[in-house]
Design a protein around this ligand. Structure first.
Ligand code: DUC
Ligand code: ZN
Ligand code: ZN
Ligand code: ZN
Length: 466
């Protein structure tokens, strides 16, 4: 009757924790109850948590990153790493390069992902060149095809949009019922600060954090929220690193705005002091926004606890450290401004929040599930994912809460050559991971085939639907 049964586990959803068996057939959850009969295969989950597979709605894989710089993960290693970290679906960004049509960009990413994935994937677009054709025809057509969210940047030469362009792009979201994500940092302020630091000869990795202080993120967050209010669209503020930006989200919500905040492991676990490590090792921690300090870490925890942040994503954006294509590229050794921005983290996202959040009593298990799976699936229109319920895709991670591990890059499965969390001790790890009813990781061993993961078109976000 069942292809697979998971027996005797403790199941958690975003609202509930209960003991039951799960019956799976044809890739879906078809029954949840007590004492189900055996399936073709039956897994015993005694003493374990049975959670929805993680949905990481903010990752970068195979993204072009400028001259001579190469992202360390394509879809094969990136989704393999995601899978081992308890994820069954990731949402990578599909970057439109200047002059490129959106359709060309999408086609290129699909070609790279096809047959390579160990988890399901679904692309967000990055709009970097909002020409009349892009805004008038291309973007609406892609939204209709299930690419129902897109990101805009307020920083980075070549990527940033000015306020007029952001307004025009948000207006497409309003007209099509798509969801806009914004990277909030004030590029002109950053450039001013970079100029000051470089002329003072202050070019080591630490200056990356000093030239992207909280104020440049706070100002841009305020502006993004204001622009969204002008257009009257909901907005996702991604990778929030500090309390002042979180306060902007609180204030916008108090005005009745629909705003979703996202934060990431790096803003809970790292600080700007990590960028000070000797021998340019600080480059390993260069990401944007940068890690801050203990006080801002606490503010991010409060945001998680109070629901200012409903998304906890990795912002996995991996580069090699010791390699001319990565953090230690020739120009990167001359100034922090040439160190590629981004750090790996897709495999460690869930264990870190589980250990630091659930095990240390900061959040409960339902909140963990909401922050790492359910909210992502719901917000971004993945209607059969992120929940353990009858009719849902059988995307499931079985966690052993007793496992104690020291995070070591040697044990991870991504294409980078380091983890920013080397040496961190965690308790709890996803030991078995099931994608659409197929056991992919079985007690820590990869048993499922590459290519099992597929691209998923998405429905409109319920937050943005007209
Ligand atoms: N923004 C991201 O979302 N990821 C990596 C780098 C960046 O600036
Ligand atoms: Zn960003
Ligand atoms: Zn400085
Ligand atoms: Zn990102």
């Amino acid at each position: 009757m069942f292809d697979l049964v998971i027996r005797n586990g403790t199941i958690a959803t975003a609202s509930d924790v209960f003991a039951a068996d799960i019956g799976i057939r044809d890739g879906r959850i078809v029954q949840i109850g007590e004492s189900l009969p055996d399936g073709a295969r039956t897994l015993d989950a005694t003493g374990r948590y049975v959670l929805p597979g993680g949905v990481d709605s903010h990752v970068h894989m195979a993204q072009p990153s400028g001259e001579g710089i190469r992202m360390a993960d394509g879809f094969e290693s990136g989704t393999r790493s995601a899978l081992f970290g308890g994820n069954t679906c990731v949402l990578p960004f599909c970057l439109q390069q200047k002059g490129q049509s959106l359709r060309e960009a999408v086609t290129a990413y699909h070609a790279l992902a096809e047959g390579q994935c160990y988890t399901d994937v679904s692309f967000h677009m990055i709009v970097s060149d909002p020409t009349p054709a892009v805004l008038g025809q291309e973007l609406p057509a892609l939204v209709a095809d299930g690419y129902t969210s897109f990101k805009v940047f307020m920083t980075y030469e070549g990527l940033r949009l000015n306020d007029a362009e952001i307004l025009a792009t948000m207006d497409v979201a309003r007209r099509t019922g798509a969801l806009v994500l914004v990277h909030c940092e004030n590029e002109d302020a950053i450039r001013y600060l970079i100029g000051q630091h470089e002329s003072a000869g202050d070019v080591a990795p630490r200056a990356h954090a000093s030239t992207r202080p909280v104020v440049v993120e706070r100002e841009a967050t305020h502006r993004a929220l204001s622009l969204a209010e002008v257009v009257d669209v909901p907005v996702v503020i991604v990778h929030v690193s500090n309390g002042a930006a979180a306060d902007e989200i609180r204030a916008a919500r108090a005005r009745g705005r629909k705003v979703v905040g996202e934060t990431c492991p790096q803003y809970l676990m790292l600080t700007a002091d990590d960028l000070d490590r000797s021998n340019w090792e600080g480059a390993k921690f260069v990401c944007s926004p940068p890690p801050r300090d203990k006080q801002e870490q606490d503010a991010c925890w409060r945001g998680i606890e109070q629901g200012v942040f409903d998304l906890f994503s990795s912002d996995h954006c991996p580069f090699l450290f010791d390699d001319p294509s990565g953090k230690l590229n020739a120009r990167g050794r001359t100034s922090f401004r040439h160190i590629p921005n981004g750090i790996p983290g897709v495999e460690t996202r869930l264990p870190i929040l589980f250990s630091e959040g659930v095990m240390k009593g900061r959040i409960d298990l339902p909140r963990f599930v909401a922050l790492t799976a359910t909210n992502h699936a719901q917000l971004y229109g993945l209607e059969r994912k992120g929940r353990i319920a009858v009719g849902m895709d059988a995307d499931i991670a079985i966690w052993d809460p007793a496992v104690r591990r020291t995070i070591r890059h040697a044990d991870l499965h991504d294409g980078s050559d380091y983890t920013p969390y080397e040496g961190l001790e965690v308790q709890g790890w996803p030991v078995t991971v099931i994608l659409g009813g197929t056991v992919m990781v079985d007690e820590g061993a990869l048993v499922g085939p590459k290519g099992q993961g597929r691209h998923r078109a998405r429905a409109h976000s319920p937050l943005a639907a007209r």
